[in-house]
Design a protein around this ligand. Structure first.
Ligand code: AQP
Length: 348
């Protein structure tokens, strides 16, 4: 059986304010994995344009996500930080995957249904094909592990199905060209911790999201201390005190969300938080949560401001990262073309 060296890949879209969900569900995990894995972290700007983006604002947001990565503790020298559009292998492999993945698979994707809404006919083709680009992002590096929030689980399953179908459809050529019994690994989602699905502060049944029209639904990484305290104070809750065990959070989505956020920020578990704060009213728990959120997020916001004051540095990080990413992806793409039967004679 072909053995693949462990490699981590993940991405974040530059589509607006990064929030606590992106941070706890993804970026905190990105930082932790650096100690044990070779990691590539990507600002997925080609995904962003599947819905309309103001061009000047998009450039600003690409730099902002990069600054957030670095400010949160990702080391762009030890690992690779870059923006997707600078490495053409992503788009090229996505086209090949458009020809491998099936319409029926994409038709089942719930994120497309949610984002396209009722006006499906008017959604971009890119929004529909988005999961194939995501498969290409991961498999252009033969990445084996992908840290993501719960909402990306279905897309990861599609990436595994696409890798498996490619390995199956081209099995003979893959073996004949010396790639063993599998060309691509089946990438594993890493969905772990107490905050894999952080919910809106206004509605505990809806995911915290950049595109929610209410700024009070989320804590942005760039919110100041007063803003964070106000949003936590106004967060929807129920009248009951906190239970002493997680079972008591059943049917209480808002309470469950705040306890999960607290646990993730404190680096502990729901059980532990409830063991300490069970019986407390929200009027006592919310100020503690706000204080903890400020303690963790304020240094990141400060460092982001410092980094964003020097856009040339950020652009340098992205350029250097793109070169190093392309050095991995280009030979893999050349092998993919060879397997598929696309002639790659050198241009003179
Ligand atoms: N609420 C969340 N809880 C936990 N993890 C989350 N992620 C996003 N929202 C939550 C994770 O963050 C990573 C980057 O996400 P993304 O920006 O690429 O896209 P998204 O999942 O579509 O994020 P948003 O905020 O919901 O953006 P919009 O509103 O533009 O769609 C991913 O790993 C994601 O799982």
């Amino acid at each position: 059986m072909t053995i693949f060296a462990p490699r981590v890949f993940s991405g974040v879209q530059p589509t607006g304010n990064l929030h606590l969900g992106n941070y706890l569900g993804a970026i905190v995990r990105f930082v932790a994995l650096q100690d044990t894995h070779e990691c590539l972290y990507c600002v997925v700007d080609l995904h962003a344009i599947t819905v309309w983006q103001d061009p000047a604002e998009l450039k600003r947001q690409i730099r902002e996500v990069t600054a957030a990565f670095i400010a949160a503790g990702i080391d762009p020298k030890a690992h690779i930080v870059f923006n997707q559009s600078q490495v053409s292998a992503h788009a090229e492999l996505a086209w090949i995957f458009n020809c491998v993945a099936r319409m029926g698979w994409l038709n089942r994707m719930t994120q497309f249904k949610e984002k396209a809404g009722k006006d499906r006919e008017n959604a971009s083709v890119g929004l529909f094909a988005y999961p194939n680009l995501m498969s290409a992002d991961i498999l252009a590096y033969k990445a084996t592990h992908v840290p993501v929030g719960e909402d990306q689980k279905q897309h990861l399953e599609l990436a595994r199905d696409t890798a498996a179908k490619f390995n199956h459809d081209y099995a003979e050529t893959i073996a004949a060209l010396g790639h063993g019994d599998a060309f691509f690994p089946l990438p594993e989602p890493l969905i772990q911790g107490p905050a894999t699905r952080v919910m809106s502060l206004r509605d505990g049944t809806k995911k915290m999201s950049k595109s929610d029209p209410s700024d009070y639904s989320r804590i942005n990484l760039t919110d100041d201390a007063d803003g964070i305290a106000q949003k936590v104070r106004k967060a929807k809750t129920d009248p009951e005190p906190l239970p002493s065990e997680p079972k008591g959070l059943e049917g209480r989505p808002e309470a469950d969300n705040l306890v999960g956020i607290y646990a993730a920020l404190a680096g502990t578990s729901r059980d532990q938080v409830l063991a300490e704060h069970g019986g407390a009213q929200f009027s006592a728990f919310k100020p503690l949560l706000a204080e903890l959120a400020v303690e963790k997020l304020a240094p990141i916001a400060g460092e982001m401001r410092r980094l964003l004051a020097d856009p040339a540095y950020i652009d340098g990080v992205l350029g250097d990262g793109a070169e190093r990413a392309a050095a991995i992806a280009d030979p893999i793409l050349a092998d993919v073309k060879d397997v598929v039967g696309l002639l790659a004679s050198r241009r003179r």
